[in-house]
Ligand binder design. Structure first.
Ligand SMILES: NC(=O)c1ccc[n+]([C@@H]2O[C@H](COP(=O)([O-])OP(=O)(O)OC[C@H]3O[C@@H](n4cnc5c(N)ncnc54)[C@H](OP(=O)(O)O)[C@@H]3O)[C@@H](O)[C@H]2O)c1
Length: 261
């Protein structure tokens, strides 16, 4: 692909780190100007400085996406920085793993508030702009949407709800000419992956390395995913060539999801 998204404007939630930052970087290399959204100002500033090397305009919005006010701040920030919107990437997420009987109510609330409700709210708030430009939405969800796990119930439930919402939104996209698709990453090397495996290692009284190896062996994968693996697909889904791909969910997981989907 060569500069297919020149002067397109993209909002990337979770754009300060991990998969979101990799997607933001890939979009900027393709010619997009960006509004990066996350909760920690310093992480956003670091990411923006890094991504500015692409020569594109990089704006940031520091907000807590778990609240409606926090999502409205993104819409306001977009209004004060750019005149339109072509691409929405919903990637912020920090759902906790853990044993069901030990997951307190607020962890369930937080998991849904950040990943599910922020995507619902931002899609609703920004849809008129996306419709105006015949834009694209890419939802970064996760393989547990398809394969529930007793040690990752919040993430699985959030992801399943998000996948259902994503498909329904794509139906609205058919009417309004907005392209909507989802990506289900498998284990991908980010801060979040590190945190999840630290928890697993502690519960199993083992090391993070051994916990990772055990999961890789169980899943039969040869390597861990890199944020750039997801970013490549996310960027493609926003290009004109991908316009006939609508309402689908694609795994980027090295083949770890079993079953036929
Ligand atoms: N990594 C994996 O193995 C994997 C697998 C499947 C699915 N996923 C999904 O992919 C998405 C990205 O994951 P990742 O691994 O890239 O995570 P990550 O490296 O931990 O990054 C999380 C991002 O979400 C932002 N965020 C967290 N809480 C927020 C809040 N309250 N308001 C606004 N932004 C907030 C963070 O911003 P700050 O810098 O401000 O904290 C950061 O930009 C998540 O939805 C995750 O569930 C990841």
């Amino acid at each position: 692909m060569a500069q297919q998204l020149v002067n397109k404007i993209a909002v990337v939630t979770g754009g300060s780190r991990g998969i979101g930052k990799a997607i933001a970087h890939r979009l900027a290399r393709e010619g997009c100007d960006l509004l990066l959204v996350a909760q920690t100002q310093s992480n956003l500033e670091t990411a923006a400085a890094e991504l500015s090397a692409t020569g594109r305009r990089i704006e940031i919005c520091t907000t807590d996406l778990r609240t409606l006010d926090g999502c409205e701040a993104v819409s306001n920030s977009l209004d004060s920085t750019y005149s339109h919107l072509d691409i929405l990437i919903n990637c912020a997420g920090a759902t906790k793993g853990g044993l069901f009987l030990e997951t307190a109510d607020d962890l369930w609330q937080d998991g849904f508030a950040l990943k599910f409700y922020s995507a619902v709210r931002l899609s609703r708030l920004l849809w008129p702009k996306l419709r105006e430009r015949r834009g694209s939405v890419v939802n970064v969800i996760g393989g547990f949407a398809r394969t529930p796990d007793p040690d990752f119930m919040i993430g699985g439930a959030v992801n399943a709800a998000f996948a259902n919402f994503s498909k329904a939104l794509a139906g609205l996209g058919l009417r309004d000419d907005v392209n909507v698709n989802a990506i289900h990453p498998g284990i991908t090397v980010t801060d979040r992956m590190q945190e999840l495996f630290e928890g697993r290692a502690e519960r199993a009284n083992t090391t993070v390395e051994d916990a990772v190896k055990e999961t890789m062996d169980k899943d039969g994968i040869r390597r861990l995913g890199q944020p750039e693996d997801v970013a490549e697909l996310a960027c493609f889904l926003c290009t004109p060539q991908a316009r006939h791909i609508q309402g689908t969910a694609i795994s980027v997981d090295g083949g770890s999801t079993s079953g036929v989907y």
